[in-house]
Design a protein around this ligand. Structure first.
Ligand SMILES: Cc1cc2nc3c(=O)[nH]c(=O)nc-3n(C[C@H](O)[C@H](O)[C@H](O)COP(=O)(O)OP(=O)(O)OC[C@H]3O[C@@H](n4cnc5c(N)ncnc54)[C@H](O)[C@@H]3O)c2cc1C
Length: 573
């Protein structure tokens, strides 16, 4: 006999967990089918920052102000109806998280286009550290934090701790001692595992959702890939899965919610959709996870797609670690590329961006420059000994922690390049030396005047977050003058893909005539982003993923009610 559930959710990331918990709290029998052997998807590895304008946690923001902002930063078409309902439902989703015992905390993080009308610095929320012991036997099945978000790939840190230590702000040694002490004094866990039981950032978001889901009787089926959608008389009624080589059909009485992430690990789909080709290996998401099987299954039953031509960009650097996984090799250069005493140039030796801008903006600038010059992706981060002393650069720690002699010999002249002069460095990285010298001379003038007339580096609230507050007149501009000089290649990496199944404001998947396919919903990177190509602020992927997961669950619950399970109704626009 075929197994059946009220609702089947494909994927256990932020979108899937929110949908599943919401549906389970309304009394539905929910199954999460998860391809990986671990729970949490990219979301569990992430910063866990969630962009919810007007979140209701002590803000005077409004949906109107947020809409003004989203429209102003849209870099191409957006789905205005979806943005509208996202803004309306976001606060309800946050209130729901509070009802189930979670404690979202607003974070003073400037929106990624701080100069745009309607921008604010209070729209992102984070979640306090979560004690993995609360998950009991499920704890080892939780996907671990992104390598770089843990100190020495071991110690869990929250945002404040990570920032204090990485920028060596006042009190950093005390913070370091606290982080390490918390780990080593947890003697009972140390006897069992190297893994820190405190789950931070994305783990702190996913952990409590999993706890709730299990409490409510929800079921996981791990290591199980959704391969196809079952459709009967135009209605999606289940999924065809594959597990250990065995194919099985699972039935969903009231709906299937696709929360299976993007297609960043599918080279063929990247090549088919992206305007600038990029390699799966530059993705910073868990390798081999999100390959777009559900997107393809949707296409097979006539679903439409949108915004598939682009990703959530982040510049990445790939450490040459011959025995490590891609996930361990990859370093997001989110902050590194914008630190003072450095500049980014394409392979012609030309600057192309305000290096301290938001990471998706940086990636878009790489794409545009690549299309124009053919000399980007990868580009170069060039820096001096002062930068090297103070900051990290893609896994190369500041000199106090990792002097040059400690850098593995195999990294030199493959990953990190060093020379006594800019001219010689240019020779090593095969960039026009006259141009690179001229760019560095200009940057040094800008450091003195505090103004970057070309790209405005350090001229807005977002940029200065990552500068050196001790540097005057502009914290983002420091002289590139102290030898030796260094360079590291920077690739067009991603945090996932922006496009997917085309959905309406109720998270219903649409066909090529823009008609909903009955019984099929999507949220998160499995669906097209409501913001199109724009990444409005910190948490701009997880925020809508959770909100549309929440909406999709309510829609399925409403279907269940219609079928006789009670009176639940969802505000349907
Ligand atoms: C290091 C890092 C930090 C980040 N930080 C942030 C941040 O702070 N804020 C933010 O907004 N964004 C952040 N991002 C991006 C963000 O994590 C993702 O965009 C977001 O988590 C996507 O959520 P999702 O639920 O759509 O997909 P995911 O979290 O990727 O979950 C999808 C799940 O579906 C499963 N799956 C895939 N295919 C199938 C299938 N065929 N059948 C069954 N299951 C399947 C996958 O295994 C996965 O578990 C970060 C990304 C990275 C890599």
């Amino acid at each position: 006999m075929q197994e059946s559930y009220d609702v089947i959710v494909a994927g256990s990331g932020a979108a899937g967990m929110t949908a599943a918990v919401r549906a389970a709290t309304k009394g539905l029998k929910v199954l999460i089918v998860e391809k990986a052997h671990k729970i949490g998807g990219t979301s569990a590895t992430s910063g866990g920052v969630t962009w919810i304008p007007n979140h209701g946690l002590g803000t005077d923001d409004s949906p109107e102000q947020a809409m003004t902002y989203v429209k102003a930063v849209a870099n191409g078409p957006i789905n205005e109806k979806r943005v509208d309902i996202f803004l309306e439902t976001g606060p309800q989703m946050i209130a729901f998280l509070q009802e189930i015992g979670m404690k979202p905390v607003p974070m003073p993080w400037p929106d990624y286009f701080p100069e745009a009308p309607g921008a604010r610095a209070d729209r992102s929320v984070v979640f306090p550290m979560y004690d993995g012991r609360r998950l009991g036997d499920l704890f080892p099945l939780m996907r671990e934090q992104f390598t770089r978000f843990k100190l020495m790939n071991r110690y869990a840190m929250d945002f404040m701790e990570a920032n204090t230590i990485s920028t060596r702000s006042p009190g950093w040694k005390r913070t370091l001692a606290k982080v390490m002490g918390r780990y080593w004094l947890d003697v009972s866990t140390r006897k069992l595992t190297r893994r820190d039981r405190m789950m931070s950032l994305g783990g702190a978001l996913i952990g409590p959702l999993v706890e709730q889901f299990v409490k409510l009787g929800g079921e996981f089926r791990l290591g199980t890939v959704v391969k196809k959608l079952v459709i009967e008389n135009g209605h999606v009624t289940g999924v065809v899965t594959e597990r250990f080589g065995r194919t099985e059909t699972l039935l969903a009485r009231h709906g299937v919610i696709a929360c299976s992430g993007g297609f960043e690990w599918n080279q063929e789909l990247r090549d088919r959709y992206f305007t600038v080709p990029g390699s799966i290996r530059n993705s910073s998401t868990p390798e081999d996870g999100n390959k777009g099987e559900v997107l393809k299954a949707g296409l097979e039953i006539g679903a439409a797609t949108e915004f598939t031509e682009t990703g959530w960009w982040v510049p990445t650097m790939s450490l040459p670690l011959s025995t490590a996984s891609n996930f361990e090799e990859i370093h997001q250069a989110v902050f590194d590329v914008g630190r003072p005493h450095s500049v980014c140039v394409n392979r012609n030796g030309d600057r192309f961006v305000d290096e301290a801008c938001g990471y998706d903006r940086f990636g878009n600038a790489m794409m545009e420059d690549q299309l124009k010059t053919g000399a980007n992706t990868p580009c170069w981060l060039v820096f001096d000994a002062t930068f090297r002393y103070k900051f990290t650069a893609g896994g190369v720690m500041p000199t106090a922690l990792m002097p040059d002699r400690k850098i593995p010999p195999s990294w030199w002249d493959h990953y990190i390049f060093r020379a006594p002069t800019i001219r010689e460095l240019a020779g090593k990285i095969e960039v026009n030396a006259d141009k690179l010298e001229a760019v560095v001379a200009k940057m040094n003038e800008y450091a003195k005047s505090g103004v970057d007339p070309e790209f405005g580096r350090g001229g807005n609230a977002y940029d200065v977050n990552f500068g050196d507050p001790a540097l005057k007149p502009n914290p983002c501009l420091g002289e590139i003058g102290k030898a030796p000089f260094y360079a590291i290649p920077v690739s067009l990496g991603d945090l996932g893909t922006k496009g997917g199944l085309k959905c309406d404001a109720q998270a219903r998947v649409l066909d090529s005539n823009d008609q909903p396919i009955a019984g099929l919903y999507a949220a998160g990177n499995a669906s097209g982003s409501p913001f199109g190509n724009a990444y409005p602020g910190a948490g701009g992927t997880i925020g809508p993923a959770m909100v549309f997961g929440f909406i999709a669950a309510d829609m399925v619950v409403a279907e269940a009610q219609k079928a006789g399970l009670g009176q639940f109704t969802h505000n349907q626009k």
